[in-house]
Structure formats: structure tokens, C-alpha cells
Design a protein around this ligand. Structure first.
Ligand code: DP6
Length: 332
């Protein structure tokens, strides 16, 4: 069949500074509130999609090995939407390599579905605007909508039932604020106990703090937006810590409670607080896992990383700079 081809895309993961934790529509992954993130360089996903009439089903290989049934089904459901838009019947071979430890709380689904959205639409011969790619990536994973763009990115809650307005957009274009860093303190190599999709659903259903958490987000978003616009790291960092703690508080209060932290998570948070007490601008955030990500300046990054490495239980650190949005690297 003509028009069928392969495409490869790369995407960086992103770390939310104002968190997404709750949906207004689970089927379409529509967020209950907006969020704001930083897309990272280096930590991400590279994905190749090739459609072929010879395949009886979609196939997924993840980091060199065939993926399990669950991951394959999630990708196949995503490809089904691309096929429907392109009027295509062919199945696809998907090869994906993560440079982020999968399921370790470093949001591999964010870069994964952003790279898949870009590669699959190109391979299917579909033209898509960045907003349309963001919408498509969101259907795979809510946070993936943000990795379509580079640098600081805001995801809109949207009002529409069909989700056309629940898309991300850059807050500050590309490298307009490039001397910030996120230092990731890895505190465990174990897979996380409960994935974010299920955890945020349980939080919404059972946590008495869920409504208060969602109600608190618009103020944090406005504050974070203003801090990014004025490149005010301290102002942004204060919001980031508040947003992360409130997100985790809402999850901890679910039934049964969801606690992602381990002793090293708390120790790393204390290290950040101590760094700040000594005059260094450093601010933590924590996602659906035990790792601690620290926002600081490029100049402070090695000092912050050293202090985190000396923290009991911290296994290693990774320093990440702001990165580009998802993009095509190869079309065969
Ligand atoms: C804690 O995007 O993984 O990282 O939409 O169900 O796929 P689904 O969830 P996901 O949730 C991310 C949660 C978070 C916060 C954030 O990235 O904003």
C-alpha cells in the first residue's frame, strides 16, 4: 500500500512543577486541573514506528525485548486512534528505547507517548499541528501532552467534553530560560508499587483531600506562570514544593493510602532544605515514585548533586538541562 512508511522520533521526559493528579474524564485523559512542567534534555525516549500490511497485530519492543501484554495493549489502543484518523488498516512494528529507567517514577510514559505520537502520525502520513500532537499524546498519557513542547510548558485543563482544548503549549519558548537545571536523586531501583493512572483514580474516589487539592491548582498555576515569565527561580521553586507536597498529601489520604516515599526521599528533601538554609536556591519536587528532583541554577547543579549524593540512601544523581520538544529524527 502506498504512503506506508517508517518514522523515528525522540522526546524528552518532563517534570511537573505544578502537578497533574486527577482527571475530569478517564477515557480521554482529560485533566481535572492544568499543570506546568519543564521538558528535559537527555532523559527520554526514541521510538520507531513502521506500518506494514504483513503484520497481523501491533508489535512492541521495549529496550530491546518484546514488551508485556499490558504495555503492548496500551500502545495498540493508541495506534488504533492514529489508524482511525489516517483511514489505515495496517498494523505497526514499534521499537522504543528509553533512556529513563522504565517505571521508576521518572515519567517514561510522558516521553514515550510523545515520541510515539510524533512517529506514528508521520509513519501514517498524517499531518498534525503541535496542538494536535499534544492532544494525541494526551490520549496515551496525560503528562505526555507536555513533552510535545520544549522548555517550560503549560497544560490546559480545557472545558470541552471532546478534549480538543485540553492540550499543552509552551510557557516560555524553547531556550528562553536555559540556565536552570533539574537534579534527579534516584533513591530506588525497584518498580513503583502503584502506577499513576490507578493512583490518581483512587485518590479522586477516596481521598477527602482530593477536591481541596484540585481547587488549589489554579492559584499555583498563575503563580508558576508569573515566576517563569520573570525567570524567578525562588518564586517558582516555592510553588513547585507546595504543589508536590499537596499532591502527595491528597494521595496519602486515599483509602488505602498511597505513599511513594522511602527514607531516602525524606532525607533528600531535608538536604534540599539545608541547602536553602545555607543560601543556595534549590527546591524539590516528587512524582509518583520515591525519587527527588531538585530545581536549581546551572551554576549550583554540581554542588546540589554532590550534597544529594552524600545523602543516605541516594543511589545516584542525574543532572538534566531543559530540552527540546518531541521531534522527528528519521523518515524511511
Ligand atoms: C505525578 O501522565 O503518568 O507525574 O494520564 O494516567 O497516564 P496518566 O498519568 P501520568 O501522570 C503523571 C503524574 C505525575 C505528575 C505530572 O507529571 O504532572
Amino acid at each position: 500500500m502506498s504512503g506506508l512508511r517508517a518514522a523515528t522520533a525522540v522526546a524528552g521526559t518532563n517534570i511537573a512543577l505544578v502537578k497533574y493528579w486527577g482527571k475530569r474524564d478517564a477515557a480521554l485523559n482529560l485533566p481535572a486541573a492544568g499543570s506546568l512542567s519543564l521538558t528535559l534534555d537527555g532523559l527520554g525516549t526514541r521510538t520507531t514506528v513502521s506500518f506494514s500490511d504483513a503484520l497481523a497485530a501491533d508489535r512492541l519492543s521495549l529496550n530491546g525485548a518484546p514488551a508485556d501484554a499490558r504495555a503492548t495493549a496500551r500502545v495498540a489502543a493508541f495506534l488504533e486512534r492514529v489508524r482511525a484518523r489516517a483511514g489505515l488498516r495496517a498494523h505497526a512494528e514499534v521499537t522504543t528505547e528509553n533512556t529513563v529507567p522504565t517505571s521508576a517514577g521518572l515519567a517514561s510514559s510522558a516521553s514515550g507517548f510523545a515520541a510515539l505520537a510524533v512517529a506514528a502520525t508521520h509513519a501514517a502520513g498524517l499531518g498534525a499541528s503541535p496542538a494536535e500532537l499534544s492532544e494525541l499524546a494526551r490520549l496515551g498519557s496525560g503528562s505526555a501532552a507536555r513533552s510535545i513542547f520544549g522548555g517550560f510548558v503549560e497544560m490546559a485543563r480545557g472545558e470541552r467534553d471532546d478534549g480538543r482544548d485540553a492540550v499543552a503549549a509552551p510557557t516560555l519558548g524553547g531556550d528562553a530560560w536555559s540556565d536552570v537545571r533539574l537534579v534527579v536523586a534516584v533513591t530506588s531501583d525497584a518498580a513503583k508499587a502503584i502506577g499513576s493512572t490507578e493512583a490518581m483514580e483512587r485518590t479522586a474516589r477516596t481521598s477527602p483531600y482530593h477536591a481541596a487539592w484540585i481547587a488549589s491548582v489554579p492559584r499555583d498555576l498563575a503563580e508558576a506562570r508569573a515566576a517563569v515569565a520573570s525567570r524567578d527561580l525562588a518564586r517558582l521553586g516555592v510553588v513547585a514544593e507546595r504543589s508536590a507536597l499537596r499532591m502527595h498529601a491528597s494521595a496519602m489520604a486515599a483509602e488505602p493510602g498511597i505513599l511513594y516515599w522511602n527514607p531516602a526521599t525524606l532525607a533528600a528533601m531535608e538536604t534540599v532544605t539545608a541547602l536553602r538554609a545555607s543560601g543556595r536556591a534549590a527546591f524539590f519536587t516528587i512524582d509518583a515514585g520515591p525519587h527527588v528532583k531538585v530545581l536549581c541554577t546551572a551554576e549550583s547543579a554540581s554542588t546540589v548533586a554532590d550534597a544529594l549524593l552524600r545523602t543516605p540512601g541516594v543511589l545516584r544523581t542525574v543532572v538534566a538541562a531543559p530540552g527540546r520538544g518531541a521531534h522527528l529524527v528519521e523518515v524511511a
